[in-house]
Ligand binder design. Sequence first.
Ligand SMILES: Nc1ncnc2c1ncn2[C@@H]1O[C@H](COP(=O)(O)OP(=O)(O)OP(=O)(O)O)[C@@H](O)[C@H]1O
Ligand SMILES: [Mg+2]
Length: 387
Amino acid sequence: MLEVKLECPKCKNQITIQVKQGEKILITCPKCKTQGTFTLPTEKSVQQESKKEDILIVEHLRKTFDKDILAVDNISFRVHKGEIFGFLGPNGAGKSTTIKILTTLLKKTSGKATIDGFDIDAQQAQVRRIIGYSSQDVGVDNDLTARENLLLQCQFHHIPKKKAKKKVDELLKTVKLIEAADRRLKTFSGGMRKRLDLASSLVSGPKILFLDEPTTGLDPQSRQDIWDYVIKLNRQGMTIFLTTQYMEEADHLANRLCIIDQGKIVAQGTPAELKEKIGTDKIKLLFKIDDVESCEKARKLLFKLPGIETVGECGLGLVSENGLTIMTKNGSAMFVRVVRALDEEDISFEQLTLSVPTLDEVFLKLTGKTLDVIERKKAVKPVGRRR
Ligand SMILES: Nc1ncnc2c1ncn2[C@@H]1O[C@H](COP(=O)(O)OP(=O)(O)OP(=O)(O)O)[C@@H](O)[C@H]1O
Ligand SMILES: [Mg+2]
């Protein structure tokens, strides 16, 4: 048994609990009655955590353009070897600027960054040897075939011809383009171009791969394909640094992530940690469209239920809906209590749904804005030759 001191996230009350290692317990704050689960890590997981090696260390990085545009504002973070690290943020957040600095394509204004121990300024050649980079705009050549594009990349990396031919075949197979290998890129779809661009960034066999919005503008199937390759590469041991404006992408792929807005890091952690720290579960209760009375009765009733943080107003939300939104920390337990309470008071309803917090809600809470870019489509167009 260990004695652990915790701070209540709501009222900041100091709570002391007795807990076994690895044990999951439900805690109720004696002061404000907020409930939450807590697991004390096992010795093994604590050791594993502390053993993790950092491949990328960024300290107080800043970048200004034209003196008054502050694109990257004093950011610090670390990427562990072998993880997928997400860099999530809206348009103009500073994602591409950061990635360009880290891949030695752009000079920083101040700060420090090392990749596998090499300084990004003083040891650029060593850094370039161990990184792969796929830019936001597809950088493959339109007049060449897929195979020719990759062979060209091999030449840039001084890979001998025989070895290059084998490597190109392997890469084309990996990104499922072997059948289209000898077609000119003019005839490729956006998804095919992105896949080829990803293959290009793998030519050098990088230790860490930087992907700048690898799926923006792609259809769901092509996005899934890219996700599958990223996961496959990561399982083979490659560290992935990925920028995205899609919260589902960060949620699905990233082991840990930074949320960036207006050049600043507003939060960092695992997707689960971020959601747990900031998000609350949402219960949506819908009534028959003309049954305003039941909705109002339910609102008054649920407002008094302990553990419920907020209850919305009836009729807000979609015009065609008559319902309430309830915010609570412990959605699944509260779900049952809501049904029971409504039942006891004989209040009939049409639908009850529970949704867990999303990274978008985390972002909304931190910045007052929503990421909300799921439907935004940006054309994937070629931008000339990669030289
Ligand atoms: N070369 C440049 N000259 C001047 N300002 C720039 C330059 N490049 C970027 N910026 C500005 O820096 C800020 C960050 O831009 P950046 O391209 O890094 O954002 P981003 O997060 O990659 O956005 P997006 O999701 O649209 O790609 C923006 O305000 C942008 O206008
Ligand atoms: Mg960008």
